[in-house]
Design a protein around this ligand. Structure first.
Ligand SMILES: NC(=O)c1ccc[n+]([C@@H]2O[C@H](COP(=O)([O-])OP(=O)(O)OC[C@H]3O[C@@H](n4cnc5c(N)ncnc54)[C@H](O)[C@@H]3O)[C@@H](O)[C@H]2O)c1
Length: 324
């Protein structure tokens, strides 16, 4: 029988650094998705990795075929995607930006190691504060901009779509909507891009007529999205299910070259009049990360909100080098 020869780079190998709640949940969802040939889990806590891998491989009879194992830094050399979830989780009452200094060293060190091993793939940063850490990973890797991305507001956009779906009584799949800017307190709803059943929300609402005061409802929904993480963290300590699925969606677009439009965090180089800061805007995501940024004109209020996010993030980046 003819032997199946696998060319280097064809194997869809995903390395996950950080075997905590987010890393493990992502592995679990990724294994079920059938997207990866191989999933490698790394953590500085060796016992944790061992336990997570055993627990996952026992599910193999129920997954599409996928090889799951514990690994180390050598695994970066042929990974198509390295997902960084390593770091400290957000504590109740702690803002994302307070986590900055703690996690910048961890993520920066990992990015440097990935680059040193000549990884041919994409780095996807998840650890918070994700926009600043994406910037740190980009700089420390020395890679071109599209290949180092953050999960950004992909999760927040999903939360937004869920709330709109509930409010409008419309299938979430018939709602297109994005949260943009910082994955954090300054993030905002891009209402100008929000469509229900293909109709811009401002035209849809009068036709629908279900809300007595739509403008008030808009404010409530936007606030709910912004505060979602705080509510979940106060109830159960951390968030991991929805973010795990958001990461699988980003992974699908990379491994399958899907060109999905996702609000990942990417460094801007003049788009929207901003540069040298990572934040979330609609991006076309494909094999090599961000292929294109969709920099369509925004109304003045949304552009102001994006600028505000950029200022918040720039201050956080500067605080790392003591320039604040
Ligand atoms: N971007 C998002 O949408 C989003 C959503 C949820 C959580 N998060 C973030 O994801 C991160 C992980 O959250 P979690 O709940 O899984 O936390 P967790 O504490 O459960 O897991 C973090 C893991 O990282 C490991 N780790 C720390 N330093 C390491 C290093 N140098 N190398 C390898 N492993 C290392 C720890 O041992 C731990 O197992 C946090 O920063 C959290 O804030 C981001």
């Amino acid at each position: 029988m003819k032997k199946n020869i696998e060319l280097p780079g064809q194997r869809r190998k995903v390395v996950v650094v950080g075997a905590g709640s987010v890393g493990a949940t992502y592995c679990y969802s990724l294994a079920q998705s059938g997207l990866a040939d191989e999933i490698v889990l790394i953590d500085r806590n060796m016992d944790l990795v061992k336990g997570q891998v055993l627990d996952l491989v026992h599910g193999q009879p129920f997954f599409p075929t996928v090889h799951i194992r514990a690994g180390n830094e050598e695994d970066y050399s042929d990974a198509r995607l390295v997902v960084i979830t390593a770091g400290a989780a957000q504590k109740p009452g702690e803002t994302r930006l307070q986590l900055l200094r703690k996690n910048a060293d961890i993520v920066g060190g990992i990015a440097e190691e990935i680059a040193k091993r000549n990884c041919p793939g994409v780095i996807l940063v998840v650890s918070n504060p994700v926009d600043v850490l994406t910037y740190v990973a980009l700089k420390r890797s020395g890679w071109e901009r599209g290949r180092v991305i953050g999960s950004g507001t992909v999760l927040d956009s999903a939360r937004f779509r869920h709330l709109l779906s509930t409010q409008c009584g419309i299938d979430v799949h018939n709602i297109h909507a994005y949260f943009m800017g910082e994955h954090g307190d300054s993030e905002f709803a891009a209402w100008s891009m929000t469509h229900v059943a293909g109709i811009n929300i401002d035209e849809y609402c009068p036709v629908c007529g279900q809300c007595s005061d739509w403008n008030k409802q808009k404010e409530i929904i936007e606030k709910q999205v912004r505060e979602s993480a705080y509510h979940i963290i106060n109830s159960k300590g951390s968030t991991y299910f929805a973010v795990g699925l958001a990461l699988v969606k980003i992974t699908a677009s990379i491994l399958r070259k899907q060109n999905s439009v996702l609000t990942v965090s990417a460094v801007l180089e003049g788009e929207f009049g901003l540069r040298d800061v990572c934040l979330s805007v609609p991006c076309v995501v494909s094999e090599y990360g961000v292929k294109r940024i969709i920099a369509s004109p925004l109304p003045a209020s949304e552009l102001r909100a994006l600028n505000h996010s950029a200022e918040v993030l720039r201050a956080a980046i500067d605080s790392l080098s003591g320039q604040e």
